[in-house]
Ligand binder design. Structure first.
Ligand code: NI
Length: 254
């Protein structure tokens, strides 16, 4: 069965057909879905989805671009959510320097706080890192993130950087970009790293793989991603599905 390690079904892009779509997943081979929090509101919505569908799990966390909303009071609330039995991880957390706001200082502060929260509740972390390779790595190293474990999702850096994260004990999340014509760098990453460290993800509703690029994404597109990985690594499609499922189960302990 396919293990979808990163999606956002609480997104308004699914408001019209969320239940029909989620109800179709299992008969299409999608065995488990982790719905990842991007804000306090989406964390709450993700947990509601996890409570409604046995095969859906949630991650609780605030995306770097949303960290300006955090304060001591709602951080205590977030901590409570992390203890929920269907919350499998803390995320997505990290640094995003593509946008100017919030400031790097605010992003770094709440990245570190959420990292330590994950250590406290003993759940893995889902890292979002864009245009911030060095600071992300430095904060993770300073906090011994290898002891916490997790995944660097929607990986966008070099093969060398991927090896560094793997050395630290992390998995690498591979999504639709690997199917893009201009996705050469990510194809090189997939070629360079062991299949035992790869997780399949979509980041739905974003980043639809070819041949559906530009359309709303859903976990039903994961076969296109797995097929591309199979071709790059010279493995069978079934083997890619089986190994990545095992990887995800180990990381999320599901
Ligand atoms: Ni995401």
């Amino acid at each position: 069965m396919i293990f979808e390690t990163h999606a956002h079904y609480d997104d308004e892009a699914f408001d019209d057909d969320r239940d029909a779509l989620l109800s179709s997943m299992q008969k299409n081979g999608i065995g488990v879905i982790v719905n990842v929090g991007a804000s306090l509101k989406s964390t709450a919505a993700g947990i509601r989805l996890a409570e409604s569908y046995p095969f859906v799990y949630a991650a609780a966390g605030v995306h770097p671009s949303e960290t300006a909303e955090l304060n001591e009071e709602n951080f205590a609330w977030l901590r409570e959510q992390c203890l929920h039995k269907k919350v499998a991880a803390v995320g997505e957390i990290g640094l995003d320097y593509y946008w100017d706001e919030p400031s790097h200082e605010i992003q770094k502060l709440w990245f570190a706080r959420q990292l330590e929260l994950a250590r406290e509740v003993q759940k893995p972390i889902i890292i979002h890192s864009r245009d911030a390779a060095k600071d992300t790595y430095d904060i993770m190293a300073a906090h011994n993130a290898g002891e916490i474990g997790g995944v660097v999702h929607c990986f966008s850096y070099s093969a060398e950087m991927a090896q560094e994260y793997i050395k630290m004990g992390f998995y690498i999340g591979i999504g639709g970009v690997v199917t893009f014509k201009n996705g050469k760098k990510l194809k090189e990453v997939v070629e360079a790293i062991p299949i035992k460290r790869i997780l399949l993800e979509t980041d739905s509703p974003y980043l639809s793989p070819e041949p559906n690029r530009g359309k709303r994404n859903s976990s039903l597109n994961i076969p296109h991603i797995a097929q591309q990985i199979a071709e790059i690594k010279g493995m069978s499609y079934d083997e890619v599905i089986a190994v990545t499922e095992e990887n995800a189960r180990q990381m999320y302990r599901i």
